[in-house]
Design a protein around this ligand. Sequence first.
Ligand code: NMX
Ligand code: MLT
Length: 441
Amino acid sequence: MGVIKDRFKLKADEVANNIKDVLKEHGNRKIGEVTLSQVYQGMRGITGLVTETSLLDAQEGIRFRGYTIPELQQKLCKAPGGSEPLPEGLFYLMLVGDLPSEDDVHHLTSVWQRRSHVPNHVFATIEALPKSTHPMTQFVVAIMALQTESQFSKKYSAGLNKKDYWEVVFDDSMDLIARLPRVAAYIYRRKYKNGEHIQPNGLLDWAGNFAHMMGFEEEDFKELMRLYMTIHADHEGGNVSAHTTHLVGSALSDPYLCFAAGMNGLAGPLHGLANQEVIKWIFEMREDLKTDLPTKEQIVEYVEKTLKEGKVVPGYGHAVLRKTDPRFTAQMEFGKKHMPDDPLVQTVWNIYEAVPPILQGLGKIKNPWPNVDAHSGALLVHYGMEEYEFYTVLFGVSRALGVLASLCWDRALGFPLERPKSVTHAQVKLWLEGKDEIWGD
Ligand code: NMX
Ligand code: MLT
């Protein structure tokens, strides 16, 4: 691990020095104004975070260190005979800032294999939960049980110099990423496959081995996992799971605590849980209409019914994006290549034609286009993974790559405790009446 750690530190020191210079010269420059609506409505459009790993453009979608998803699919190293990127490569790119060589990617695969041991008490903790417990709850509980392994927590208690925080956060992050597929696969096999667990295969890459431990040996499913783990990894810093991980990290909570917190956010239906909601909604539509391939007219009617019931159409809309999510498109391309005739996948494509004009017609939705969650479930079902309550755990394993790479940057850049100002509505009214000042120090 030494080489990658050294390269990371070199890069981070360079950026940290540059930040010092920039703040010295430009620290008082204004970067925008904040309106009352923004304060009341989810802080949309307020720039308040620095996140190195990726950047979102509302029209174009995500770029990881400047690279779009199609560029990553072209440039990142693949598994032998495969055509999807290995997520190890994306992690290296997010962490170090440069494209990795094949050796770098293989090095990360073997480091994560070596660090993947999960202590027995973690499995015992999972076993203590009723089997009916939602997989995301089991996942978070398991991450918390793993926290006994945190080096940061131990070294901090023993007395750790501030300048060394980054290094132990780095080590914890690597250990945690290495262990997550085993934990997630254990939850899957426990809940859905009679507890018949599958041992890791030390010859496989991180995502390939994850597929194997869940019980999916088809090479195409392993390719899907490599793509899935790559495209769900990061979405700049303001999304709920990334922001939560970062916020909790600012209190110097160790990476296990931070990541578990982030996963609690991912488990919400407006965020990562939307992937289960999409497939559940499509299954219900098929049952309601008594067909596996509803027509566009039938889909339109069903969408209108959903909206009338005061529900959201899952998988559509986004807080920042204003076009079709390129992560949706990447999955659509995968579907066209591997399963163009699958009726469920075709239904996802028919929904893509039917939904945007309806949402647009409502006049209040800022983005009528599909997000990443609109497509993922149908691809999984094609390979036999129908247990949709598990889907957000897959999202979570992938999200670890981005939020933990970011956490390493947070500590290496010495970011302080995060503590924005809040106000009461009564205070806002006094301010509007000119009777009080609410902003400022
Ligand atoms: N179906 C129905 N109504 C919607 C939808 C949708 N898909 N998207 C937005 N709206 C409504 C929204 O509820 C709000 O209504 P109201 O004013 O009555 O409260 C109005 O449109 C304006 O919302 P926006 O400003 O366009 O969206 P916002 O930034 O508040 O929310 C989402 C973004 C993603 C939470 C929202 O689009 C949504 O609920 N989508 C469905 C859930 C989903 O797919 N989430 C996954 C996001 C990706 N991820 O993985 O995290
Ligand atoms: C994500 O991947 O985190 C989602 O698209 C939500 C977001 O970016 O806010």
